[in-house]
Design a protein around this ligand. Structure first.
Ligand code: GLN
Length: 190
């Protein structure tokens, strides 16, 4: 199985390493034809406005949006979450996103996060991170901070974290994404 990683900007190689540790092949996605043959795609952290502009420039925006909206598995971290939640971007997750939601004082921080279905807390690395203020009824919240900010969620094919699992040694979110793809393809082939 090959999983694509959008490679226009941001933390790309870190996701490659994590997915390799999950025993899946990866492919860097820079142009529309790269989308062929992949079973899922990661949208990394970086700068969401820049990634959005580059998606348009490289003619990847429309094909990617179409995939996202047709139940194609996608995992967005940080800026990836922003792009997936913004209705004028990929519009793959029903939620209101607050960009740079932790203000200047807490631009970057680490915090142990309780995540639904994980037995041990996850090391959350937040870098100018967004959070979700509100999510729709179809969205499953996977992690919330003590003050109620939603920092990990899932809606059908779309998995998002406000933090950067790829900057840790903990592969549980990447494994979750791979598992989601495998169970999806089982449903399709049945
Ligand atoms: N603040 C960035 C944005 O809105 C995201 C930061 C990140 O991906 N680490 O694009």
């Amino acid at each position: 199985m090959v999983i694509g990683i959008l490679a226009l900007q941001g933390a790309v190689s870190e996701h490659v390493n994590m997915l390799k540790r999950c025993n899946v092949q990866t492919k860097l996605i820079n142009k529309p034809s790269d989308l062929h043959g992949i079973k899922g795609i990661v949208i990394p952290g970086g700068e969401s406005t820049t990634i959005h502009k580059l998606l348009v420039r490289e003619k990847l925006f429309e094909p990617l949006k179409k995939l996202v909206q047709h139940n194609f598995p996608v995992f967005g971290t940080c800026a990836g979450l922003v792009l997936l939640a913004q209705s004028d971007a990929l519009n793959g997750l029903d939620g209101e996103v607050k960009r740079n939601g932790f203000g200047r004082q807490r631009e970057s921080f680490e915090s142990l996060i309780e995540v639904a279905d994980f037995t041990k807390p996850f090391p959350g690395v937040f870098i100018r991170a967004p959070y979700l203020e509100k999510v729709g009824t179809d969205v499953k919240t996977l992690a919330t901070l003590a003050d109620g900010r939603i920092v990990a969620a899932k809606q059908n094919n779309v998995l998002v974290t406000a933090f950067h699992p790829e900057l840790t040694k903990d592969i549980r979110f990447h494994k979750l994404f791979v598992k989601q793809i495998v169970s999806n393809s089982n449903i399709v082939s049945k």
